[in-house]
Design a protein. Structure first.
Length: 345
């Protein structure tokens, strides 16, 4: 079986997204001068006053913020319209209008928006600052900032625009990598390997690894746990001597083959019957012990050594059977007298 190739695009997209985030953060961190030109109130203020003082400037229609440095805001600020050479009777209503601009700086200076006004008529206005009762505000500076032209000034800076765009692309690509990874895994599930376990259950491999392929080549199943031999926990397989289970069967601790088949058929009564000793009628026959003659090892050793005394002693000890000697038959000489008598006749 050939392992399905993994989809390389999730990893590629994840690496690209992380690289975009790092690059975007680096670009934004290097745009300190551009940040000060847009969000630093000290650089973009239309009018500023220090301590108890007044300032006059021609203001356009729009939203204006009174910004102070954090810790140096012990002042009260009013913005009043000037008609001719005199102020009108009442200052403008203090109301911080909605705006996307917020003060910040590259040197980590903290700013506070203390007051805000919405100018609806272009004219000259006076910014009056007074100290709060019981405080010293001689070094407190108030910056009057027109926020309308600064809300979209970031789009006029190429460095800031490129940094923001790179970070946004990285934030979009990283979730896309997760979606592609999930889709690739869902499609690989249909082609996974399904194995049957010894108990009849099915095991499914979510991912085929080289180790699993090597196990399949050896004829092993890595998806199922290792199963020990039957009765491995009893220790019966560890002994080399024969174990007689007759007593266990008779006492009911061990089932015979017929009892196991009865349980498989559902016959509990038949399986629960006691089993009698099948060899009760036949008494065991005693074995006849044949004595083994002890050879005369001492005599054999003497023979091997070539001792004549030992041979003679052995011959004297061993009786020989009596053999009767053979008697010689004496031949009688021929009697020629008979022939002579015959010739004479």
């Amino acid at each position: 079986m050939v392992e399905a190739a993994r989809n390389p695009w999730p990893l590629r997209l994840a690496i690209a997204g992380a690289a975009m985030l790092v690059l975007g953060a680096f670009l934004l961190a290097s745009q300190g001068p551009a940040v000060d030109e847009i969000w630093d109130a000290r650089n973009v203020a239309t009018l500023e006053t220090t301590g108890e003082a007044s300032g006059v400037a021609s203001l356009e229609e729009g939203c204006y913020f009174a910004v102070t440095i954090k810790g140096a805001n012990n002042v009260e600020v009013n913005l009043t319209k000037i008609e001719g050479s005199a102020r009108v009777s009442e200052p403008l209503e203090n109301k911080i209008c909605a705006s996307d601009w917020a003060p910040m700086s590259s040197d980590d200076t903290a700013f506070i928006i203390t007051d805000g006004w919405k100018v609806i008529e272009e004219a000259e206005y006076a910014l009056d600052t007074t100290c709060i009762d019981g405080t010293d505000c001689s070094n407190d500076t108030v910056y009057l900032v027109h926020t309308n032209p600064l809300q979209y000034a970031a789009f006029e800076s190429p460095g800031l625009l490129l940094g923001f765009a790179t970070c946004c692309m990285g934030l979009l690509v990283l979730p896309l990598a997760g979606v592609v990874l999930w889709l690739s895994r869902s499609t690989q599930t249909a082609s996974s390997v399904v194995m049957m376990n010894p108990d009849g259950t099915m095991s499914q491999a979510q991912e085929i690894t080289p180790e699993m392929m090597a196990a399949f080549a050896r004829g092993e199943n890595p998806l199922q746990p290792k199963v020990d031999a039957p009765f491995a926990d009893t220790g019966l397989g560890e002994t080399e001597t024969f174990v007689d289970g007759k007593q266990s069967v008779m006492s009911g601790n061990l089932l015979t083959t017929e009892q196991v088949y009865a349980l498989m058929r559902g016959d509990v009564e038949e399986a629960g019957k006691n089993v009698a000793d099948p060899f009760a009628d036949s008494a065991p026959k005693p074995k006849q012990v044949v004595p083994i003659k002890d050879p005369n090892t001492q005599t054999i050793a003497s023979w091997d050594a070539g001792a004549p005394d030992a041979v003679r002693a052995t011959e004297e000890k061993t009786p020989r059977p009596y053999v009767q000697p053979v008697k010689k038959v004496e031949q009688k000489p021929e009697q020629n007298s008979d022939w002579k008598a015959w010739d004479e006749v």
